[in-house]
Design a protein around this ligand. Sequence first.
Ligand SMILES: Cc1cc2nc3c(=O)[nH]c(=O)nc-3n(C[C@H](O)[C@H](O)[C@H](O)COP(=O)(O)OP(=O)(O)OC[C@H]3O[C@@H](n4cnc5c(N)ncnc54)[C@H](O)[C@@H]3O)c2cc1C
Length: 463
Amino acid sequence: MPLHVVIVGAGPAGMAAAIEARRRGSKVTLLDEMARSGGQIFRQSAIDSELRVGLPSELKRKADLLSGFNAISDQIDYRANHTAYALFEGPELHVSDDNCSEVLKPDVVIIATGVCERAVPFPGWTLPGVVNVGGAQTLLKSQGVKIGERVVIAGSGALPIAVAAQLSKAGVHVVAVAMLYPMRSLLVHPYALWAGRRVVLEGFSYLNVLRQHDILMLSRYVPLRADGSDHVESVQIAQHDGTGRPVPGTEKRVGCDILALNYGFTVNSELAAMAGVDMTYRPEQGGWIPITDQFCRTSCSGVLVAGDSGGLRGAWVAQAEGRIAGAVASRYYDERAVSNLSQEMSQSFKERSRHQSFQKAMQQFLQLPTGVWGWADEETVVCRCECVTQKQIQTAIDNGHTSLNAIKRNTRAGMGWCGGRMCMQNVAAQVSVGKPSEDLQPMTPRPVARPISLQAIRNQTIP
Ligand SMILES: Cc1cc2nc3c(=O)[nH]c(=O)nc-3n(C[C@H](O)[C@H](O)[C@H](O)COP(=O)(O)OP(=O)(O)OC[C@H]3O[C@@H](n4cnc5c(N)ncnc54)[C@H](O)[C@@H]3O)c2cc1C
């Protein structure tokens, strides 16, 4: 009997998993809360005249994967605009569209839900006009909308540079890019650079675009505050001392109508945590990540994790790992067949490990130095859904509430719509200043993992 494999997330990992699982004869259901497949990097435009702001190499990879996916999409149960909002042992997956919800009881679930962005709180970061860089990119890629006239970008890692280049290509005036670390620090990892040479070349192409547009690149700069009456009008930035603390006397004020930030990512791991999967804390990879073996299997029977939702490692790893997860899911209950896959799919295993070694080097940029936790003042909101300030969280910590669940109960931080995806890592950082953070347990995830309508819960189908 072919196994029923349900995949959550139609990004590179989920699409590759669907293609492979279908090729091996499985019955496949693929669902994504977005209207179109593609995930973050291969996001498809909702308008006919797509703005082609990506690099030619990236657009070719996108076209290849989407054409492979389109070739099988009528052989699988592909559900766009469907959200997975709970996962329990079994596996038992609860999904919903705007009007109805359904409980699925497949043989195997593959979680391929990717990551979301992380911003570090500082005064003014909640002003309208302060956005995540991925938000600016999403508007551009999916709607062809230029987010503003004069954009300042601040952050670390590769995404701020890619988005600065994409916005410039689209005609947006990028005033300055303020990076936490200089990109040349990567040069101390020559082997990793060689392993990830295709990504490195794409990075150089983006830097070249920034040079052509004469964009001010500032290394070791951090935002101090964003100002404006009802919308951001300027940002004050300063050099930092290597630990994230601003150096007095180096402040600059830069006028802008958009400030776009990215200080790393948070793994969308709430479904895995809800199912009881063993997790580990790796802030540089996106917070609490599910522990998996080489075959993407977790500690929970019938639950696999692939791509960035197993820790940020980029689109190349996501696609290779999606193929592995799709094959493993199709043979999940046949241990010998699964073991043979490491031989049979040696190309995908090699590709994953080559890109993983590059991604490990990249993760140094996402390791935030302790000084960044001093950017917020007492009145700065840390949990945006519930409007909880830094002072309220500090008071709870000073009163002895040092577990994340205790802080959640006492302050409501992490209790809102996002379920802690936006604030939990920042609250964890505040709790663990000066202490090891590895032992911190995440806030207990509760259904519903994503907001859904009451009507959808009322109209529920249970098999
Ligand atoms: C905002 C953003 C922008 C990025 N831009 C770039 C870039 O320009 N270049 C680059 O190289 N890398 C970029 N990355 C990183 C890159 O997107 C990833 O490495 C790659 O896409 C990972 O693929 P994936 O399939 O694991 O996850 P993703 O591509 O993130 O796909 C995950 C999918 O899961 C869906 N999903 C999540 N939760 C649920 C749920 N509960 N129910 C239903 N569906 C769900 C999402 O809608 C999404 O389509 C970006 C990451 C982010 C967060």
